[in-house]
Design a protein around this ligand. Structure first.
Ligand code: GDP
Ligand code: MG
Length: 198
């Protein structure tokens, strides 16, 4: 998709605030700092529409971005932030679960993992959760630019093995620095949006 137009619609704290439109939605999930905002910015050719930060755990809202007046990206608050209280964590879990399991417009979840590391327990739980609810997944391994080319395959196998990755899901090596994987990610997203079976 060639993107000229992108805007933030709402930072929603409660489901009542989710946009009442039929636009297909693609949600982004991953631990804090994995590169969700950078992924959105890369795909929509913006420097900083989705706010990026070195400080994890900031966003506790669902941020809806409207793209080309035809599609929503939904930036989901990151998991795995140590300084969040148990109560907040439970609230977070409930918000995500409700959104993912009940949002009719949701076409796929882009699940982001840091390509440098073995997936965390929470990365694995997120993937299992999405598979359990039969949500189409696009797995994106971020920060590929930080790994020498000769080690890509090794890192990919480690991630796939840890996740018990379903070969039917898309797996994309990605870098917001080099734009690697950008076209592939758009292709995967457009396929999910068009897929009549979802
Ligand atoms: N080298 C590199 N850094 C990245 C990449 N993606 C994100 N980052 C950096 O990682 C940090 C967190 O990124 P951000 O997009 O805010 O992560 P979020 O918390 O998941 O939204 C920022 O300092 C980014 O510049 C990438 O592909 N390559
Ligand atoms: Mg972010």
């Amino acid at each position: 998709m060639k993107v000229n137009q992108a805007e933030i619609v709402i930072s929603a704290v409660s489901p009542k605030q989710y946009p009442e439109t039929d636009f297909p939605e693609i949600a982004l999930a991953g631990r804090s700092n994995v590169g969700k905002s950078s992924f959105i910015n890369t795909l929509i050719n913006r420097k900083n529409l989705a706010r990026t930060s070195g400080k994890p755990g900031k966003t506790q809202t669902l941020n809806f971005y409207l793209i080309e007046n035809s599609l929503h990206f939904v930036d989901v608050p990151g998991y795995g932030y140590a300084k969040v209280s148990k109560t907040e964590r439970a609230k977070w879990g409930e918000m995500i679960e409700t959104y993912i399991t009940s949002r009719k417009q949701l076409k796929a979840v882009v699940s982001l993992v840091d390509m440098r590391h073995e997936p965390s327990k929470e990365d694995i739980q997120m993937y299992e959760f999405l598979k359990y609810y039969q949500i189409p997944v696009i797995l994106v391994a971020t920060k590929a630019d930080k790994i020498p080319r000769g080690k890509w395959n090794k890192h990919v196998s480690v991630i796939k093995k840890a996740l018990d990755f379903d070969p039917n899901d898309d797996f994309i090596m990605f870098s917001s620095e080099t734009k690697m994987g950008k076209e592939e990610a758009w292709q995967a997203i457009e396929d999910k949006i068009r897929d009549e079976h979802n």
